[in-house]
Design a protein around this ligand. Structure first.
Ligand code: NAI
Ligand code: MG
Length: 359
């Protein structure tokens, strides 16, 4: 029996509703699979913590996550209308990504059977993509500053940072992932026409790494044209590697064409496994629906699937994905974002029932 120790941070808004349900699913899956056990430590970090203590997490928060033997971190969304988004994001999520060198942000996007996507004439066979987003540098490096605050000549500089190590390793991860998961093509998101330093450099790194993978097709596409291609011809895309900003934007578009923000999962990975990796849904804290019990928890469950896959529990991961797919395909429990009337809890109960049926 393998045992995993999980740090759980439900955080803000609908995270308070979806994360506990995700943990119910995880417990049910562990019981059904019988090959692993999960112990959990929950941390009440996030915007409430900020409002009470002036910080999103305690000063030794990162040390706790790093040194208390966690195999993974499961995080809900951060964001609260009472606080600036830059404070909440830079107070919890981005420090974890950077300090733990979680340089891969992995975001699969699929139109699941039973979900009606917004693109006419595109079905599940057309929308099946994996985004590999750089997660520690690029446009979100944090380099820059502001001077002459409040003066007419006030200015702000936000510098993108692209290192050879950082760029090559994310591109290499995309090719390795493609090879390891039966994918056929890697597409690079670029903008080397306008960004003649950083993105020309990115293209050179891409060409160098691609040469090591003659078994995989590769191409590069300007980011603006790639947005159009994602909507018009998603079936021509497979694995997409992108910088931090480009990947951030593309994956919301991806989540939209797959039917709902509430479905999209993500993994923040340190592939070297020196630090714990972090798993979370793509969606934010959704203040517009928080507290009503109607948030879609599927993106949270799918994020658990990514976690189990990364931990090596591939059988359990496949079983969970199968249960999610059966519930959606049967239209058994759909939340309002998918055109249904089910509550968060009813979707969870349906997925747990599907897991038990598969046992
Ligand atoms: P959002 O993802 O919270 O909401 C966008 C829209 O999608 C809303 O209409 C919302 O109701 C809907 N939605 C999102 N998740 C859903 C779910 N699970 N089920 C049903 N509907 C869902 O993005 P928004 O409104 O831009 O941001 C709200 C807050 O969340 C902000 O403070 C923002 O900074 C934060 N945020 C945090 C993220 C994170 O921690 N990973 C990611 C994105 C936003
Ligand atoms: Mg985003």
């Amino acid at each position: 029996m393998r045992e995993y120790h999980l740090a759980v941070i439900p955080a803000d808004g609908i995270g308070q509703e979806t994360v506990p349900e995700a943990m119910r699913v995880l417990d049910a899956l562990a019981a059904v699979a019988g090959t692993f056990r999960v112990t959990r430590t929950e941390f009440p970090w996030g915007s409430e913590h900020y409002l009470r203590h002036g910080a999103m997490m305690p000063p030794d928060g990162l040390r706790i996550l790093e040194h208390e033997g966690f195999d993974a971190i499961y995080l809900g969304p951060v964001g609260d209308p009472r606080l600036p988004d830059s404070v909440t994001l830079w107070g919890l999520l981005i420090p974890i990504r950077q300090q733990f060198d979680q340089y891969v942000n992995l975001r699969p996007i699929r139109l699941l059977p039973g979900v009606r996507g917004p693109l006419a004439d595109k079905g599940p066979a057309d929308i099946d993509l994996v985004f590999v987003r750089e997660n520690t540098e690029g446009e979100y490096s944090g380099a820059g500053g502001r001077v002459h605050a409040g003066q007419p000549d006030e200015l702000a500089i936000q510098s993108a940072v692209f290192t050879r190590t950082g760029t090559e390793r994310i591109i290499r991860y995309a090719f390795e992932y493609a090879r390891g998961h039966g994918r056929k093509r890697v597409t690079s998101a670029t903008k080397s026409n306008a960004l003649q330093h950083s993105m020309v450099f990115w293209d050179e790194c891409f060409a160098r790494v691609a040469a090591d993978y003659p078994d995989l097709a590769h191409d590069q596409y300007l980011i603006d044209a790639l947005c159009a291609r994602l909507v018009l011809r998603p079936e021509t895309l497979d694995v997409i590697v992108a910088s931090n900003l480009f990947g951030d934007i593309l994956t919301d578009l991806g989540a939209a064409i797959a039917g709902s923000m509430g479905l999209a999962p993500s993994a923040n990975l340190d592939p070297t496994r020196r630090h714990p990796s972090l798993f979370q849904p793509v969606h934010g804290s959704a203040p517009d629906i928080a507290g009503r019990g109607i948030a879609n928890p599927i993106g949270d469950f799918w994020s658990l699937e990514l976690m189990l896959d990364f931990l090596g529990e591939r059988g359990a991961a496949a079983r969970l994905m199968g249960a999610i797919e059966r519930v959606l395909a049967a239209g058994r429990a759909l939340t309002p974002d998918l055109g249904g009337r089910a509550t968060t809890r009813e979707v969870t109960d349906a997925v747990i029932a599907a897991l038990r049926e598969s046992a």
